[in-house]
Design a protein around this ligand. Structure first.
Ligand code: GUN
Length: 292
């Protein structure tokens, strides 16, 4: 059994991106510029956005953080998105989710210029991805593909079961794993809260991708001997023994599942570190004009 070291792979890719940015600087090319919009002060969102800004600094990107009070109206926020769309120096824009209840996230995503949608959430990017056209692939699914590729895990002809149909992870993951690509060509089953006999379906998976957001839901009886298990879950669970007051838990009960696997990602230091790196990769692709 191999524990997939997402942190090490993320560091490797960061070095590659950093070297590209250095070369861009030397040649006087366009330095990637990522803009993050944060509405309100949700604790997890604060952490995620701070990490994205920090990664920009580490890699030599320019970054801009636009913060707004949770009372901002939907129309005002859409106008702020348009300003970024119209700013030629800004290559990528992410609007951190969740948004306050009075703002429709779909409207916001659809207002972002698809050419700057480095989160890959715009329907045009999702549609282009589904058609196999160049598109921004959302960061977490791209991170999973990179982990499978860098660990040389064979996917062709395998049965991949994805648990969870979220727009951000489960749905795009299911589309990506069936594509005719180097990492792809799986027979995919996308499962969700209405799936019958979930444990049985999962136990037929050669590759199980858990993205349902329920801590330690996937237990040993869900796992076929020798399976590859990718745990995308990341839930804050109260833990008085931690300084922060919470622990991060994956969707997989690691200790009992790991002995049955050929490969498994831990939480933390599995898929998590790959997500930001993928976002940075998309921003670099945008600055280089390689998708559109
Ligand atoms: N909230 C949780 N994950 C994400 C993400 O990948 N992008 C954005 N914009 N918001 C999120």
């Amino acid at each position: 059994m191999t524990i997939i070291d997402g942190k090490a792979v993320a560091e490797e890719i960061k070095k590659e991106i950093g070297a590209e940015v250095e070369a861009i600087k030397v040649s006087g090319g366009k330095i990637p510029h990522l803009v993050a919009i944060l509405v309100g002060n949700n604790g997890a969102s604060e952490t995620y956005v701070a990490n994205k800004v920090k990664s920009c600094e580490e890699l030599g990107f320019n970054s801009t953080l636009l913060r707004f009070d949770p009372s901002i109206s939907e129309a005002e926020l859409l106008a702020e998105v348009q300003k970024v769309n119209n700013n030629e120096d800004m290559d990528g824009l992410i609007v951190q989710l969740p948004l306050p209840d009075h703002i429709n996230p779909d409207k916001v995503m659809e207002t972002i210029d698809p050419k700057k949608d480095v989160d890959g959430f715009h329907p045009i990017n999702i549609g282009r991805m589904a058609k196999g056209l160049p598109a921004y692939i959302s960061a977490t699914p791209q991170g999973v593909l990179d982990l499978l590729e860098r660990y040389n895990i064979e996917t062709s002809g395998k049965h991949c079961v994805v648990v969870g149909r979220s727009q951000i992870v489960g749905l795009p993951m299911s589309i990506l794993m069936q594509r005719n690509h180097k990492v792809g060509n799986c027979t995919v089953t996308l499962t969700h809260s209405k799936t019958k006999n979930l444990a049985e379906v999962c136990a037929s998976a050669d590759i199980l991708i858990a993205a349902l957001g329920r801590p330690e839901f996937i237990t040993a009886d869900f796992i076929k001997e020798g399976a590859v298990v990718i745990d995308v879950g990341l839930t804050r669970v109260e833990d008085a023994t931690k300084k922060s007051g919470f622990a991060l838990k994956g969707d997989v009960k690691f200790d009992e599942v790991a002995p049955k696997c050929s490969f498994i990602t831990p939480v933390p230091k599995g898929v998590g570190p790959m997500t930001i790196v993928s976002l940075m990769k998309n921003t670099l692709l945008s600055a280089k004009g390689l998708i559109y």
